[in-house]
Design a protein around this ligand. Structure first.
Ligand code: SF4
Length: 123
Protein backbone atom coordinates (compact mmCIF):
# COMPACT_ATOMS: atom_id res chain seq x y z
CA UNK A 1 0.00 0.00 0.00
CA UNK A 2 1.39 3.39 -1.00
CA UNK A 3 1.29 6.33 1.36
CA UNK A 4 2.82 9.75 0.94
CA UNK A 5 6.35 9.31 2.28
CA UNK A 6 6.45 12.22 4.71
CA UNK A 7 3.01 13.63 5.38
CA UNK A 8 -0.65 12.84 4.87
CA UNK A 9 -2.27 14.21 1.75
CA UNK A 10 -3.90 17.59 2.32
CA UNK A 11 -6.92 16.47 0.28
CA UNK A 12 -9.43 13.71 0.64
CA UNK A 13 -8.07 10.36 -0.48
CA UNK A 14 -9.75 9.22 -3.67
CA UNK A 15 -10.18 5.69 -4.96
CA UNK A 16 -7.33 4.34 -7.09
CA UNK A 17 -7.47 5.71 -10.61
CA UNK A 18 -4.40 4.14 -12.16
CA UNK A 19 -6.05 1.10 -13.66
CA UNK A 20 -3.29 -1.40 -14.25
CA UNK A 21 -2.90 -1.74 -17.99
CA UNK A 22 -2.61 -5.24 -19.30
CA UNK A 23 1.02 -6.23 -19.57
CA UNK A 24 0.80 -6.68 -23.34
CA UNK A 25 -0.50 -3.10 -23.65
CA UNK A 26 1.94 -1.31 -21.38
CA UNK A 27 4.99 -3.54 -21.63
CA UNK A 28 6.70 -5.81 -19.13
CA UNK A 29 7.91 -2.81 -17.10
CA UNK A 30 4.41 -2.35 -15.76
CA UNK A 31 4.69 -5.42 -13.51
CA UNK A 32 7.49 -3.71 -11.55
CA UNK A 33 5.70 -0.38 -11.15
CA UNK A 34 5.92 0.86 -7.56
CA UNK A 35 2.56 2.62 -8.00
CA UNK A 36 0.75 -0.47 -9.21
CA UNK A 37 -1.56 -0.22 -6.20
CA UNK A 38 -2.04 3.51 -5.80
CA UNK A 39 -4.45 3.43 -2.87
CA UNK A 40 -3.36 6.90 -1.82
CA UNK A 41 -4.50 8.39 -5.13
CA UNK A 42 -1.24 10.28 -5.54
CA UNK A 43 -0.89 10.03 -9.27
CA UNK A 44 -4.13 11.56 -10.52
CA UNK A 45 -5.94 14.70 -9.43
CA UNK A 46 -9.27 14.48 -7.68
CA UNK A 47 -11.82 16.91 -9.11
CA UNK A 48 -11.57 20.55 -7.99
CA UNK A 49 -8.18 20.07 -6.36
CA UNK A 50 -6.73 23.35 -5.03
CA UNK A 51 -3.38 24.34 -6.51
CA UNK A 52 -1.40 23.96 -3.27
CA UNK A 53 -2.85 20.49 -2.73
CA UNK A 54 -2.08 19.52 -6.33
CA UNK A 55 1.53 20.65 -6.01
CA UNK A 56 1.95 18.72 -2.74
CA UNK A 57 0.36 15.60 -4.22
CA UNK A 58 2.48 15.77 -7.37
CA UNK A 59 5.67 16.16 -5.33
CA UNK A 60 4.69 13.13 -3.24
CA UNK A 61 4.04 11.15 -6.43
CA UNK A 62 7.39 12.22 -7.84
CA UNK A 63 9.13 10.97 -4.71
CA UNK A 64 7.53 7.57 -5.31
CA UNK A 65 8.64 7.68 -8.96
CA UNK A 66 12.19 8.55 -7.92
CA UNK A 67 12.57 5.15 -6.24
CA UNK A 68 10.75 3.21 -8.97
CA UNK A 69 12.92 0.77 -10.94
CA UNK A 70 10.99 1.31 -14.17
CA UNK A 71 10.86 5.10 -14.23
CA UNK A 72 12.52 5.49 -17.63
CA UNK A 73 10.22 2.95 -19.32
CA UNK A 74 7.18 4.50 -17.67
CA UNK A 75 8.16 8.00 -18.76
CA UNK A 76 8.69 6.93 -22.37
CA UNK A 77 5.37 5.10 -22.35
CA UNK A 78 3.61 8.25 -21.10
CA UNK A 79 5.36 10.40 -23.70
CA UNK A 80 4.67 8.05 -26.59
CA UNK A 81 0.97 7.39 -25.83
CA UNK A 82 0.76 10.28 -24.88
CA UNK A 83 -0.86 10.05 -21.46
CA UNK A 84 -2.76 13.34 -20.94
CA UNK A 85 -3.30 13.12 -17.17
CA UNK A 86 -1.47 12.25 -14.00
CA UNK A 87 2.13 11.81 -12.92
CA UNK A 88 4.00 9.24 -14.98
CA UNK A 89 7.71 8.56 -14.86
CA UNK A 90 8.27 11.40 -12.43
CA UNK A 91 6.71 14.00 -14.73
CA UNK A 92 3.41 15.81 -14.47
CA UNK A 93 1.20 16.21 -17.53
CA UNK A 94 2.44 19.80 -17.98
CA UNK A 95 6.09 18.69 -17.76
CA UNK A 96 5.45 15.97 -20.34
CA UNK A 97 3.96 18.56 -22.70
CA UNK A 98 7.17 20.59 -22.36
CA UNK A 99 9.33 17.52 -23.10
CA UNK A 100 7.19 16.65 -26.14
CA UNK A 101 7.35 20.22 -27.45
CA UNK A 102 11.16 20.17 -27.09
CA UNK A 103 11.35 16.85 -28.93
CA UNK A 104 9.19 18.18 -31.76
CA UNK A 105 11.36 21.31 -32.07
CA UNK A 106 14.50 19.15 -32.12
CA UNK A 107 13.02 16.93 -34.87
CA UNK A 108 12.13 19.97 -36.97
CA UNK A 109 15.66 21.37 -36.54
CA UNK A 110 17.20 18.02 -37.48
CA UNK A 111 15.03 17.78 -40.59
CA UNK A 112 15.96 21.33 -41.57
CA UNK A 113 19.68 20.75 -41.09
CA UNK A 114 19.68 17.47 -43.03
CA UNK A 115 17.76 19.14 -45.87
CA UNK A 116 20.32 21.96 -45.87
CA UNK A 117 23.17 19.42 -46.01
CA UNK A 118 21.55 17.58 -48.94
CA UNK A 119 21.17 20.86 -50.84
CA UNK A 120 24.78 21.82 -50.08
CA UNK A 121 26.05 18.40 -51.27
CA UNK A 122 23.97 18.57 -54.44
CA UNK A 123 24.90 22.12 -55.08
S1 SF4 B 1 7.76 5.82 -12.51
FE1 SF4 B 1 6.12 6.53 -11.14
S2 SF4 B 1 4.25 6.46 -12.36
FE2 SF4 B 1 5.79 5.23 -13.40
S3 SF4 B 1 5.50 3.14 -12.75
FE3 SF4 B 1 7.04 4.02 -11.40
S4 SF4 B 1 5.94 4.88 -9.66
FE4 SF4 B 1 4.43 4.50 -11.29
Amino acid sequence: MLHPPHQPLPVAVVPPQRAPAREDEAGPWHAEAVCRRDEAGLFFAPSKEPTAARLAREEAAKRVCARCPVMVDCREHALLQPEPYGVWGGLTAAERRVVLARRRRREVELRKSSATERIARAG
